[in-house]
Design a protein around this ligand. Structure first.
Ligand code: BES
Ligand code: MN
Ligand code: ZN
Length: 506
C-alpha cells in the first residue's frame, strides 16, 4: 500500500473516490422526551453537501457509528461517507477500529482512495489521529495467504490523506506516518511467523528467518546458540524441553545498540517463549487442546516485532532480545515426568508435567539475559491456559518483581489501547512450588492461580534484583475477533505496540 500525505489541499487529490466522515448529533426536543438524530457535516465541501441534500433518502443517514453512505458527484467522483457517531465519543481506539472497517469495505472495490483527513482528526490531534488511522488500515491490510494456489490480493493500492492544514506541518506528519508503518510492518512480520505451519517453521527455520529478516538493520548484531552451545551454557532446563525433538534448540541472541550511547541510555532485555509447537510432551495434550499449538511461539514473535520496530526506528535505547526456540515433542529421548533437571542458575527442578515447558525454556533464557546486565527485563510468553480463565482471551496478564516497571508497562498498554491487567505473585505461590526431592517443581500442587504460579517459578531465575516483568499473552496473542484491525483467526499482533511505547519512553 502506498500512503501519501497531501497538505494544503484545497481540492480532493482524487476525482475518482473520496472518503469523508460524518458525525451524529442527538437533538432533544424541548420539554419532550422524544429525541431525534441529525448529521453533522459542516466540514464537507459545497459540492458534496449539495449532492447529498439533493437525494431525498439521504435524510435518513445520520452518521451513526459504522454506517456508510455512497453518492456520486456530477463530475463522476464517488463519495463515500463514513459515520463516526457522536463526535465526543470517538477515541483513538474507535478511530483505529473504524479505519480497519473502512479498509475492509473498500479494499476489494477501489484502486485508490483520497481520505478527507480533517474530518477524521479527533481532539484536534492530527498526529495521533493519523497514527490511529494508519495503524487500523495497515493492520487490517494483512492476510496469511501464502499457501493458497490462487490469491486474491486487495484492489486498493494507494491511499492519500488530504488535509487543509498548512504545508509546513508536513515533515512532522510524514514522520508520524513513516514511524507508524515501521511498527505495523513489524507486527505483520511477527504475525507471519506465528501463523506459519509447524511442519514448515521448525526451530531451525525460525531462527534462520529471523536472522534473514533483521539482516542489514543498523546497530543490530546477532548470534544463534544451538545444542552444543546450550550445553556449554549449562541450560539444562531448555535442553530438557528439546530432548524429545528431532530439531536443534535455538537461542537467538539479538542486540540493538543506538548510534549514540551515553551513560543515560537504558538497556532493556526482551525474552520470548518460542515453542514452535507444543504437544505437551509425555504429559500429552488432548487432541482438542493441541490444535493451534503452532501459536506457542507468539511470545517470541511479539518481542521480536518490538525489537525490529525499535531498531528500524533507530530509537535511543539499547535492547537485548533473547528468543528461546524449540518444539515440545515426544520420542524415546523425551523428558519424562519425575525427571530432575539442573537449571543454568544451578537450581534443580523436578519436572512433574512436561506440558509446563514454557517456564523451563524461559527460566534458562532469563538467567542468560541477566548476565547481559540489563536495566530491566520483560518476557512475553503464551505461558498458561489459566490466564484465559482469569482474564478472558482478550486481556494480557502482567506479573513481576518490580511495581515501578509494571506500572510503566501498564501505562504503555493504556497509551496504546491494549488490554493488560496485573496478577499477584504471593509467598503462598512460591511455597506451592516446593518439591520434596529438588529445589523446585515445575507445577503447583493445585492448578488454581496457574498464571501467577508460573510467574513465581520464573521469578526464581531473575538474579541481581533486576526489575523484571512477565507478560502472559496466551489469550491476547491469538485471534481477536472483537477488534476490526485484528484477524478473527490467527495471530493478533497485539502487545507489540505496548512494548514499542514502553521502549520509546525507557
Ligand atoms: N502453551 C501452553 C499454554 C497455552 C494454553 C497457551 C492454551 C495458549 C492456549 C503451556 O505450555 C501449557 O501447556 N501450560 C499448561 C501448564 C500446566 C501444565 C501447569 C496449561 O496451561 O495447562
Ligand atoms: Mn505446554
Ligand atoms: Zn507451551
Amino acid at each position: 500500500m502506498k500512503y501519501t500525505l497531501n497538505l494544503g489541499a484545497k481540492e480532493f487529490s482524487s476525482d475518482n473516490v473520496v472518503l469523508v466522515s460524518a458525525f451524529e448529533k442527538t437533538i432533544e426536543a424541548k420539554g419532550k422526551t422524544k429525541e431525534s438524530k441529525a448529521i453533522v457535516n459542516t466540514h464537507w465541501s459545497k459540492e458534496i453537501k449539495a449532492a447529498f441534500e439533493k437525494i431525498k433518502t439521504s435524510v435518513d443517514f445520520t452518521g451513526t457509528a459504522g454506517s456508510t453512505y455512497t453518492l456520486h458527484l456530477e463530475n463522476g467522483t464517488t463519495v463515500l461517507v463514513y459515520g463516526l457517531g457522536e463526535k465526543k465519543a470517538v477515541t483513538f481506539e474507535t478511530l483505529r477500529n473504524h479505519s480497519a472497517k473502512i479498509y475492509k469495505a473498500i479494499a476489494a472495490k477501489y484502486k485508490e482512495v483520497a481520505i478527507q483527513f480533517d474530518g477524521f482528526t479527533i481532539k484536534s490531534k492530527a498526529d495521533e489521529s493519523l497514527n490511529a488511522m494508519v495503524e487500523g488500515i495497515s493492520l487490517a491490510d494483512y492476510k496469511f495467504d501464502r499457501h493458497f494456489v490462487t490469491k486474491t490480493p486487495a484492489k486498493l493500492t494507494e491511499i492519500t490523506f488530504d488535509s487543509a492544514a498548512k504545508k509546513t506541518g508536513l515533515k512532522k506528519l510524514q514522520k508520524t506516518l513513516d514511524d507508524t508503518l515501521v511498527v505495523t510492518e513489524s507486527i505483520n512480520v511477527g504475525r507471519n511467523f506465528v501463523n506459519e505451519a509447524p511442519n514448515i517453521l521448525r526451530s531451525t527455520t525460525y531462527a534462520k528467518e529471523v536472522l534473514e529478516d533483521i539482516k542489514g538493520t543498523k546497530g543490530v548484531k546477532s548470534k544463534v546458540l544451538g545444542r552444543a552451545e546450550l550445553k556449554k551454557e549449562k541450560m539444562g532446563l531448555f535442553l530438557s524441553v528439546n530432548d524429545g525433538s528431532a530439531y536443534e534448540p535455538q537461542l537467538v541472541h539479538l542486540t540493538y545498540t543506538p548510534s549514540k550511547m551515553t551513560k543515560k541510555t537504558k538497556h532493556i532485555a526482551l525474552v520470548g517463549k518460542g515453542l514452535v509447537f507444543d504437544t505437551g510432551g509425555y504429559s500429552l495434550k488432548p487432541s482438542g487442546s493441541m490444535v493451534n499449538m503452532k501459536f506457542d511461539m507468539a511470545g517470541s514473535a511479539t518481542v521480536y516485532s518490538a525489537f525490529r520496530a525499535v531498531a528500524k526506528l533507530g530509537l535511543d535505547v539499547k535492547i537485548t532480545c533473547i528468543l528461546g526456540m524449540t518444539d515440545n515433542a515426544v520420542n524415546e529421548h523425551a523428558t519424562m515426568p519425575d525427571a530432575i533437571v539442573k537449571a543454568r542458575n544451578g537450581l534443580s527442578v523436578e519436572i512433574l508435567n512436561t506440558d509446563a515447558e514454557g517456564r523451563l525454556v524461559l527460566a534458562d533464557c532469563l538467567d542468560y539475559a541477566c548476565d547481559q546486565k540489563p536495566d530491566a527485563i520483560i518476557d512475553s510468553a503464551t505461558l498458561t491456559g489459566a490466564v484465559l480463565v482469569s482474564l478472558g482471551n482478550q486481556v494480557c496478564g502482567i506479573m513481576g518483581n518490580d511495581q515501578k516497571l509494571t506500572d510503566k508497562i501498564l501505562k504503555s498498554a493504556k497509551n496504546t489501547d491494549e488490554y493488560m491487567w496485573q496478577l499477584p505473585i504471593i509467598q503462598e505461590f512460591h511455597d506451592d512450588l516446593k518439591s520434596p526431592v529438588a529445589d523446585l517443581k515445575n507445577i503447583g500442587g493445585s492448578s488454581f492461580g496457574g498464571s501467577s504460579k508460573a510467574a513465581a517459578f520464573l521469578s526464581k531465575f531473575v538474579k541481581n534484583d533486576i526489575p523484571w516483568a512477565h507478560l502472559d499473552i496466551a489469550g491476547i496473542g491469538d485471534s481477536q475477533g472483537h477488534k476490526a484491525y485484528c484477524p478473527t483467526k490467527g495471530a493478533s499482533g497485539l502487545i507489540v505496540r505496548t512494548l514499542v511505547d514502553f521502549l520509546k519512553n525507557a
